[in-house]
Design a protein around this ligand. Structure first.
Ligand code: GLU
Length: 526
C-alpha cells in the first residue's frame, strides 16, 4: 500500500505552529514511505473564511519547503482540491444521496428554537448534550414530504447506530471505543447546502485514496462519527493517527503567551526555515536516541509512526532560538551573507518588531532591534563587501537573522552609542588617554604592511591594518605597561571603538573598521 496523506487547512487564519507541525509530519511521513502528500483547502465554512489566508498558507508551506506531490496549486488526478469547488462540481450532493437512500443519513427539519429547547432539556436532566434523534431520526416519509413541501429549513444528519460500541484503532493510542449512545448524530449537510467538515473531509479522504488520517488530537472526539461514516458508505477506513497536542513549557496548552505566533512571523523575526522545521518536527515526535540537530533528509529517513508519542509535545522558544543560532553558525559565509541580505531586504521585520506592546521591556528590545536593522539596511545599501565582512564577524554571536542588526550596527554608525556602564568602567582608567593617543599614532604612522587582513581598508583607501598588526599593537602596549593579561588594554579600546564591552574578536573588528574609522572614533573621545 502506498502511503497517501493530506494536509487540509481551513482558510480561517494564518497557519500557526500546530498547523505547521501537522503539515510537516505528513511531509516527512510521505517522504519516508515514498508516498504522496496532498494539499486540500477546506473552505466550506464560509462564515469563517478570511480572504488572503490561502495565500498565507501557500507562502508558509513554500517558505518551509513542505512538499506536496498532489493538490491545490500542484494538480493531480483527484481534483479539484478546494472543497468549495468540489461542492460546485456536485461531489457532496452525489455522495449524500447514497446515504439518504441507504438510510444512513436523514433529513432533519428542527427549527433553531426547537434545538435550543432540546439543549435546555438535556442540561436540566443532566443528559449528554447533542442531537440523538428527536422527531426526525425516525420520521415517516410522509412527515418528511410535508416538511419539504412547506419549505422548512433542513439539515442532513448521520444516523449513528444506537446501543452499540464504536471502536477505532489509532496508530498512536491503539484501541479507543465509545458507547454509541454518547455519540450524537452530526450534521453532514447544512441548511445552506454546504457540507460540514465531518462530511466533506471524510468523503474527500475516501475519494482521494487517503491511507492515513493524520491530524491533531483535538479531532479524536470526532473519530467515532468519521468511522461510522466510512462504514455507512461501505468504504474501507483509513488508519487514524491522532498526533499529540502541543503544550508550552508550563504544561498548559500552547498559546501566544508561550511565543506561539503565525508561521510567517518566524520568518519576519529572523528564523531560518531549516531551523524551524527541525524544531517543529521534534514536537511530539522522537527519532530515538538523543538526536536533535537533523537535516530534512535525516528526519524523513527516521520519521515513522512508532516515533510519535501520545504524550503532549512541548514548545520551547528558547530551544528554537538555540537551534536557530546553531543553524546560522553552520552556514557557509556566502550563504550567510545572502540570507541576511534577503532577510533585511524583505523588510517584514519592520511590521513585526514595530507591533504595539504593553510590555515596556519588550518595547525597548523591539525598538533596539528595529534601529539596528535599519542601520544594517543602510549599510548593505552602501559598501556591501564591508557589510558582508561585518556580518561574518557576528556569525558566532547571534541567535536570529534579526540579531545581526544590533550586533553589526557599530560598524556603520559614525558615532556608535556608548554604553554608560562600559564608559564609566573602562574609559576612566588612568592610561586611557595615552592608550588612545598611541593607537592613533600607530594607525596614522607608516603602513606596516599595506591593505588590511581581508584586503579591506575601511574608509581609508590608502591603507588598512591587518588583524595581526592590531594584535601586535595591543600586546606591545600591554607589555609596555607590564601587564600579564591584556584586559586593561583590550577593554578600553573595544569600548572606545564599539561603545560596548561585548562583541566579536577585537583584532578582527579593528582590522575591519580600518584606520580612518578608528581614528575618528578615538579622536572624538579624546
Ligand atoms: N480543515 C481541518 C482543520 O483545518 C482539517 C482537520 C483534519 O486534518 O482532518 O483543522
Amino acid at each position: 500500500m502506498s502511503v497517501r496523506v493530506r494536509y487540509a487547512p481551513s482558510p480561517t487564519g494564518s497557519p500557526h505552529v500546530g498547523n505547521i507541525r501537522d503539515a510537516l509530519f505528513k511531509h516527512y511521513f510521505a517522504k519516508h514511505h515514498g508516498g504522496v502528500n496532498i494539499l486540500r483547502i477546506e473552505d466550506t465554512d464560509r462564515t469563517r473564511y478570511i480572504p488572503g489566508v490561502e495565500e498565507e498558507i501557500v507562502d508558509s508551506l513554500n517558505w518551509l519547503g513542505i512538499e506536496f506531490q498532489e493538490g491545490f496549486g500542484v494538480g493531480g488526478d483527484h481534483g479539484p482540491y478546494r472543497q468549495s469547488e468540489r461542492k460546485e462540481a456536485g461531489i457532496y450532493a452525489r455522495e449524500i444521496q447514497k446515504l439518504l437512500e441507504s438510510g444512513h443519513a436523514y433529513k432533519a427539519f428542527d427549527t433553531s428554537e426547537e434545538l435550543a429547547e432540546m439543549r435546555e432539556f438535556q442540561q436540566i436532566n443532566k443528559q449528554p448534550i447533542g442531537y440523538y434523534g428527536g422527531v426526525w431520526r425516525d420520521a415517516t416519509p410522509a412527515m418528511v414530504e410535508q416538511a419539504e413541501r412547506e419549505g422548512k429549513p433542513m439539515v442532513i444528519r448521520l444516523r449513528i447506530p444506537r446501543n452499540d460500541t464504536i471502536v477505532i484503532h489509532d496508530a498512536i493510542r491503539g484501541r479507543i471505543e465509545w458507547d454509541s449512545n454518547t455519540v450524537d448524530d452530526p450534521v453532514l449537510i447544512k441548511s445552506d447546502g454546504m457540507p460540514t467538515y465531518h462530511f466533506a473531509a471524510m468523503v474527500d479522504d475516501h475519494l482521494m485514496g487517503i491511507t492515513h488520517i493524520m491530524r491533531g488530537e483535538e479531532w479524536i472526539s470526532s473519530a467515532p462519527k468519521h468511522a461510522v461514516l466510512f462504514d455507512a458508505f461501505g468504504w474501507e477506513r483509513p488508519v487514524f493517527v491522532h498526533c499529540p497536542v502541543i503544550n508550552g513549557k508550563d504544561g498548559k496548552k500552547l498559546s501566544k503567551r508561550h511565543g506561539d505566533t503565525k508561521c510567517l512571523d518566524y520568518r519576519a523575526a529572523g528564523y531560518l526555515p531549516r531551523a524551524l522545521k527541525n524544531f517543529i518536527a521534534l514536537i511530539g515526535w522522537a527519532p530515538g536516541g538523543d538526536r536533535e540537530l537533523m537535516t530534512d533528509a535525516e528526519i524523513a529517513e527516521a520519521f515513522d509512526l512508532d516515533g510519535l508519542q501520545p504524550a503532549p509535545g512541548v514548545f520551547d522558544l528558547e530551544k528554537l532560538r538555540w537551534m536557530n543560532g546553531w543553524y546560522i553558525r553552520s552556514l557557509e559565509l556566502e550563504s550567510l551573507r545572502s540570507e541576511v541580505a534577503a532577510f533585511v531586504e524583505r523588510g517584514e521585520w519592520r511590521e513585526y518588531f514595530g507591533r504595539p506592546t504593553d510590555d515596556p521591556e519588550l518595547l525597548k528590545k523591539n525598538q533596539a532591534t528595529l534601529a539596528g536593522l535599519e542601520t544594517l539596511a543602510l549599510g548593505l545599501s552602501g559598501d556591501r563587501e564591508y557589510a558582508g565582512a561585518a556580518i561574518a564577524l557576528e556569525q558566532e554571536r547571534v541567535a536570529t537573522l534579526a540579531d545581526f542588526g544590533e550586533a553589526t550596527a557599530f560598524f556603520f554608525q559614525d558615532e556608535p552609542p556608548m554604553d554608560e556602564k562600559a564608559v564609566a568602567k573602562w574609559l576612566t582608567v588612568p592610561h586611557a588617554r595615552d592608550l588612545f593617543e598611541s593607537l592613533i599614532s600607530f594607525l596614522e604612522g607608516p603602513a606596516p604592511s599595506g591593505p588590511g587582513a581581508d584586503g579591506h581598508d575601511g574608509a581609508c583607501p590608502s591603507r588598512g591594518v591587518k588583524v595581526e598588526e592590531c594584535e601586535a599593537f595591543i600586546r606591545g602596549y600591554g607589555e609596555k605597561m607590564g601587564l600579564e593579561k591584556m584586559g586593561p588594554v583590550v577593554h578600553p579600546v573595544r569600548v572606545a571603538l564599539t561603545g560596548k564591552t561585548v562583541g566579536p574578536g577585537l583584532f578582527e573588528l579593528m582590522s575591519l573598521l580600518g584606520p580612518s574609522r578608528m581614528v575618528r572614533r578615538l579622536r572624538r573621545l579624546l
